[in-house]
Design a protein around this ligand. Structure first.
Ligand code: XMP
Length: 507
């Protein structure tokens, strides 16, 4: 693959995406990944992403300098360019003014990295610092009006650097530039697709697992279903697919999930752990504590189930790239936003090794992978559902009566949304039980009941989201039906916040 080192730019993931879309496999790793782990990925080239820091700042992020000695082609983007200049002996200065926006790229020198792209193409600049003096051995290969060194290269050492961001949409031919780097400089072929990803992962799983058994938590969501299907293809009945019913599922969810797998010849082992979870959640109101309790209980339940089978050495999970960066951001634990229940260390007493075949990819890529593996379309189109389930959609204490209310409201909302055609147009739609009481009037009677919030968002990977502009008549139907059909609810509100600064889930 092409390995992308992440220095914290908001665009890093797009670099990997653009490469994959053009048929080159690429993986993102934190900037400080150790050199042995980088080598173990057998990269054909390395890209250094942009980042918010200044290379001279005291908090500057630096990679393991050994990456410059691997003899691999390197492309630095923005901050990555400044790192390259600094490493090879050039100089970087704060720019007189922050350059932000479109610029025209003027070629100064012919290079394969520009192959089949246009002299004068529009690129997107966003930087404070800039390179003042380029290192020895480098030459400028392109300029722009404000950047005398818009692109530089040492063609002998195959080190390239762009001041601009080729990965963003506004860099019109940027995807081509990235592909050129991969194809012509690194010698990657561009035949990779989700089908090859499936084959690679199946092979990797087989090599890793041998004749051992793998425990796989199945939730019915797209991610874990794709993981379980990959594993079933790879190792057949060495797969122990465990479905934990934590009592925090939506209406009929358990039956639907069991049926979907059994038609594919995969018999889930369902563990009904409702009472265990609800007991542990009793009186827990803090969102992070809820997540921690649920995460730990999951692992405990898995472990107990695992003990019933011999030879299990692995635990498979549907962790996505998004989960990884939001839980273990490059900026360190202080920036953790939410503890996703399916990421993070296993307790010491558990000896399983993790298998996470989706760790490098995004939700929409998982969907393509699922279709490749023959999963049904309606399964693939399912909205994401968080591991902690309805517990993080009930504000405050989680209990059976509240779960029942929320399930009823949820079914109604989904029913209206599906029949209006909006289900497939949105990323996620759900209801939240606010446990806020307000006064209402039903018939001649005063009511003092609970509030349901409807949350419907549009997103492409869940990292950012905007509230969906659902027509008011649809919202009206949702509201009317919930209030009429669900006892204990007399008010429905619609969440009009986007992410950031809100998050998609309420907890
Ligand atoms: P937030 O609320 O952080 O959610 O904006 C982003 C996306 O992640 C889902 N989510 C989770 N998924 N385990 C999961 O598998 C979790 O613990 C979890 N928490 C949130 C959320 O539904 C949204 O799609």
């Amino acid at each position: 693959p092409i390995v992308v080192l992440d220095f914290g730019s908001q665009y890093t993931q797009i670099i990997a995406r653009k490469l994959r879309e053009s048929g080159v496999y690429s993986e993102i790793v934190p900037f400080n990944e150790n050199i042995e782990d980088i080598k173990a990925r057998t990269p054909k080239g390395i890209i250094l992403s942009g980042g918010p820091a200044s290379v001279y700042g005291k908090d500057a992020y630096h990679p393991d300098e050994e990456i410059f000695n691997l003899g691999l082609p390197i492309l630095g983007i923005c901050y990555g360019m400044q790192l390259i200049s600094q490493h090879f002996g050039g100089s970087v200065i704060p720019a007189d003014h922050h350059e932000y926006g479109k610029a025209q790229l003027k070629f100064e020198k012919e290079s394969d990295i520009f192959k089949d792209t246009t002299d004068g193409q529009i690129v997107w600049m966003s930087h404070g610092d800039r390179v003042e003096k380029i290192p020895e051995g480098f030459e400028k290969i392109a300029t722009s009006e404000n950047s005398p060194y818009a692109a530089i290269a040492d063609m002998n050492r195959l080190v390239y650097a762009f001041q601009f961001h080729p990965e963003v949409y506004h860099s019109k031919e940027g995807a081509k530039l990235l592909k050129n780097f991969a194809k012509h400089i690194c010698g990657c072929d561009s035949t990779w697709n989700m089908g090859s990803f499936a084959k690679e992962q199946i092979k990797k799983i087989q090599d890793k697992v041998g004749d051992k058994k793998v425990l796989c938590g199945v939730s019915g969501g797209v991610d874990s279903s794709v993981v379980a299907t990959l594993l079933a293809e790879a190792i057949g009945d060495q797969l122990i697919p465990v479905f934990v019913d934590h009592g925090l599922l939506r209406a009929n969810e358990r039956e639907q999930v069991e049926a979907m797998f059994s038609t594919r010849g995969i018999d889930l082992i369902t563990v009904d752990a409702t009472d265990v979870f609800l007991k542990k959640l009793e009186g827990v109101t803090d969102p992070e504590t809820k997540r921690k309790v649920i995460g730990e209980t999951f692992i405990e339940v898995f472990d107990q189930e695992a003990k019933k089978h011999d030879g299990i050495e692995f635990l498979a999970q549907g962790t996505l790239y998004t989960d990884v960066i939001e839980s273990v951001s490059v900026k360190g634990p202080s920036k953790t936003i939410k503890s996703h229940h399916n990421v993070g260390g296993l307790p010491d007493w558990m000896t399983f090794e993790l298998i996470e075949p989706l760790r490098e990819i995004f939700k929409d890529e998982v969907r393509i992978l699922g279709l490749e593996l023959g999963l049904p379309k309606d399964m693939i189109g399912r909205h994401p559902f968080p591991g902690p389930g309805l517990a993080i959609r009930i504000m405050g204490d989680v209990n059976k009566p509240d779960l029942e209310i929320l399930r009823k409201a949820d079914v109604i909302m989904l029913d209206v949304l599906r029949s209006s055609g909006y289900y497939d147009k949105t990323w996620q739609a759900f209801t939240v039980l606010l446990n806020v009481k307000s006064v209402g009037v039903m018939g001649d009677n005063r009511t003092y009941d609970n509030t349901v919030c409807v949350r419907i968002v549009e997103a492409t990977d869940g990292m950012t989201a905007t509230f969906a502009h659902i027509p008011h008549d649809i919202l009206e139907t949702i509201s009317r039906r919930i209030i009429n059909e669900v006892d204990g609810i007399n008010r429905v509100v619609y969440d009009i916040s986007s992410k950031p600064p809100a998050t998609i889930e309420w907890e």
